[in-house]
Each structure stands twice: as C-alpha cells, then as structure tokens.
Design a protein around this ligand. Structure first.
Ligand code: 5AD
Length: 399
C-alpha cells in the first residue's frame, strides 16, 4: 500500500487513495494531509475566509428525519417562525458587520404559505441591503430543503443565488436508514440537478459518523460531490439528539466521539484535495464537539464560516443536536472573538463581498465566454486556461 506521502504526490486521487487518507490515524500522516489541504486551499482560492450570517428563521418542520432535533414529531421543543422584520433586521446586521452574505435556514415546509413568505423575505432583504459596497444587495444562500421546482425558481428570481441541500448520505441504503419513507434519495438528487439548471450555485454535504457508516461510504461521498460538480460543501459530524429515534446510539457516539471529530476534519481536507476550488464551510457541529472546532476546520481546508445571527431568544429552540452552541452572549463580542481567532491562524477575513467559490466564478466566466463566442470572431478570444478544477466501526444500524 502506498504511503500517505506518496498518495499526496499524485495528481488525481482515486477511491483507494481517498479511503487511505480518510483512514489515516498516525499524527504525522494526519498533519501531512492537513498541510497539503491547506496548501491547495491557498493556491486555488487564496487565504480569504468568507462569512455568512446564519439566520435560522423557523424550526417548524413537516418531516421526521431520524437524526434531527427539530423533526416534526419532537414535541419537546417550542416552535417558532421569525417575523419578516426580524429576519430582515438580522440580515441587515450581518451586512453592517461586513459579512456580505446571509444564509436563511429552516425546517422543511413546502406549503404555499411558507413559499410565499420566503419569497417575500428574500426580495425584502435584497432591497434593504443594496449599498455602494454591495450594489446588488446581500448574497443570499438558502437552506430550506427539498422544494418544488417552481418554488426554487421563485426564490431564485426573488434574489437568492446559492442553495445548500445536503444529501446527508450519498449511499441510498444509508440514506434510507436515517430518513422516513416519505423522504427519497432520488428526489434529493433531482432537486440538486434542478437547482443547478435554474442557475443556483449548489452546495451539498453529509453527516460524518452516522452509525453504520464506513470510511468507504465517506470516500464515495467525496466522489459523489465530484460527480455532482458542486460549488460548495457543508458537512459536519453527526451528533446525537436525545429526543430522536437515533438516541439509541448515544453510547456508540460517546465511544467514537474523538474518531468522529477527527474524521470530520479529514473529510474537509480530502474534499479540499479532491475538489480544489469549491467553498467548504467549517460548520457549527464541529464547534459543538470542541470549542476550537471551527478554527480547526479552517486549518484543514475550509474557507467559510457562518456566524449565528439568529435572535438569541430563539436560538435554543433550533437545537438540531445535543450540545449545539447557542451562544447566548452578545453577537458582537462573539464576532470580534472569531475575528481574532481567524487572524491568529494567518487567514484574512473578506468583507463586503458575496464570497462565491472560485469554482462558481470560473463557471460563470466560462458561460459568459460561451455567450460572447457567438458575437466575437474566434481568434479574438484568448483561450483562458480554467484550472480544473472499516471507519468508524460498524455499529448497529439506525432504526
Ligand atoms: N447531528 C449533526 N448534524 C445534524 N443535522 C441535523 N441533525 C443533525 C445531527 N443530529 C444537520 C443535517 C442538516 C443540517 C441543517 O443539520 O445535515 O442538513
């Protein structure tokens, strides 16, 4: 078997290479992988860290995913939906901080009332955030699950331009184990394709450490991301929530916590090595496992951070998993603390910028060239070279 060093010298990583990298455990190997990923990040995307103000605007959900704390059947939480004014205020706060972009996330609902409301909120955020610095208003990413194609189109026309829809597990069998029967793997794939056709920059991701998941599953997840040609990745460790059917795996989680955390970091690094110029978020779930989790995510190749801007009084009701940090302190203090941490790892915070991935920027330049090709004589176009871009032990399967 080739050494980690030899694998990292290769131009293209195949499935076996990815499995070997994700399974690395010797600290020297892990550090080699981390530093290679950091180098690819800096070479391909630069040292910028992009912020998005995260607004978790509603915890109502019509679905019952087995892992999720805001699932429909969890009667232990208080349900809320923020008013349009509150959501717009949170977005404006983010823009005043220089974040440039917001992420609107909620439980999954497809009813007309929800779709009308969200469309209206997007349009309002857009018009309320236009400035000299941001002539096209805030960048808006949505994370509101599977929707009808017409709804996606309405959200896009209203001004959202990025969409995160995690596949959660790219293996259809694993997907089926953690979702109720009315959630279909195929529909999620169709949604991802529809989003791209409409023009969204598309992101997906998985949970890492799902009981029964193997390193080979995770390697296939990485290959899945590559196959879907996504612009963004948002993924993090799976963490048990006590009021979900998967709480029976609490012991499994406790036993494998460290391994899950380390594998989540390695997934970031490997995604950076394989996908090169996409945006990768360092997610809250990493921070839930370790105070410095998100900074570590950045050091393993992530370049996006989503600071919480959900109003403090409802944060604790958006508990997707146990121990989610809801940071009841003043968001401004939190913000400056984060800034110090990012600077301390030698990275630069980008302000007043949507922070699209290099991949998405290159794609839009390429399609612009295609359009102008029709009107320009071929020789006038310079051909611009586009830089192309047994884990976790097997546990008892989820219910
Ligand atoms: N552990 C980790 N991540 C979770 N999510 C939901 N529940 C959990 C959990 N128990 C993640 C899902 C979803 C995102 C919004 O939150 O991946 O897509």
């Amino acid at each position: 078997m080739p050494t980690i060093d030899a694998i990292l010298q290769k131009r293209e990583l195949d499935r076996d290479d990815i499995i070997a990298l994700l399974g690395a455990s010797a600290s020297a190997d892990v550090e080699l992988i981390r530093s290679s990923a950091e180098k690819v990040l800096i070479d391909e995307c630069g040292d910028a860290v992009y912020y998005r103000g995260l607004v978790e605007f509603s915890n109502y959900c019509a679905y019952d995913c087995h892992y999720c704390g805001i699932r429909k059947s969890n009667a232990d939480i208080k349900r809320y939906t923020l008013s349009k004014d509150d959501i717009v205020a949170a977005a404006k706060w983010s823009i005043r901080q220089g974040y440039g972009s917001v992420v609107l996330q909620s439980g999954e609902r497809r009813d007309p009332e929800f779709v009308d409301f969200l469309e209206d909120v997007i349009a309002e955020i857009k018009s309320a955030t236009v400035s000299e610095k941001l002539p096209n208003g805030a960048g808006i990413t949505l994370s509101v699950g599977e929707q009808e194609p017409q709804s996606y189109e309405r959200f896009y026309k209203a001004g959202a331009h990025r969409y995160l829809l995690r596949i959660e597990a790219s293996d259809p069998n694993l997907f089926a184990l953690i979702h109720p029967q009315n959630q279909s793997w195929q529909n999620r794939i169709d949604c991802l394709k529809t989003l791209r056709q409409i023009g969204f920059q598309v992101g997906t991701g998985v949970m890492i450490g799902i009981p029964g998941q193997t390193v080979s599953n995770l390697a296939d997840d990485v290959l899945f991301f590559r196959g879907m040609d996504v612009d963004m990745i948002g993924m993090g460790p799976y963490i048990v929530h006590r009021s979900t059917p998967m709480n029976i795996h609490a012991d499994y989680y406790d036993q494998h916590k460290d391994k899950i955390f380390q594998t989540a970091l390695l997934m970031i690094a490997v995604c950076r090595l394989v996908l090169k110029n996409v945006n990768i978020a360092s997610t809250t779930a990493l921070q839930a496992m370790r105070d410095d989790g998100r900074e570590l995510g950045l050091r393993y190749g992530a370049n996006v951070i989503m600071p919480q801007t959900t109003p403090v009084d409802v944060r604790r009701d958006y508990l997707l998993y146990d121990g989610k940090p809801y940071m009841s302190d003043d968001a401004r203090l939190y913000h400056s603390d984060l800034e110090k941490k990012i600077k301390s790892i030698g990275r630069k915070i980008t302000v007043d910028d949507w922070g699209d991935s290099k991949k998405a920027v290159l794609r839009s330049q390429a399609s612009y060239q295609c359009l102008t090709l029709k009107s320009k004589p071929l020789k006038s176009l310079k051909s611009k070279s586009l830089k192309s871009n047994s884990f976790l032990v097997t546990g008892a399967p989820p219910p």
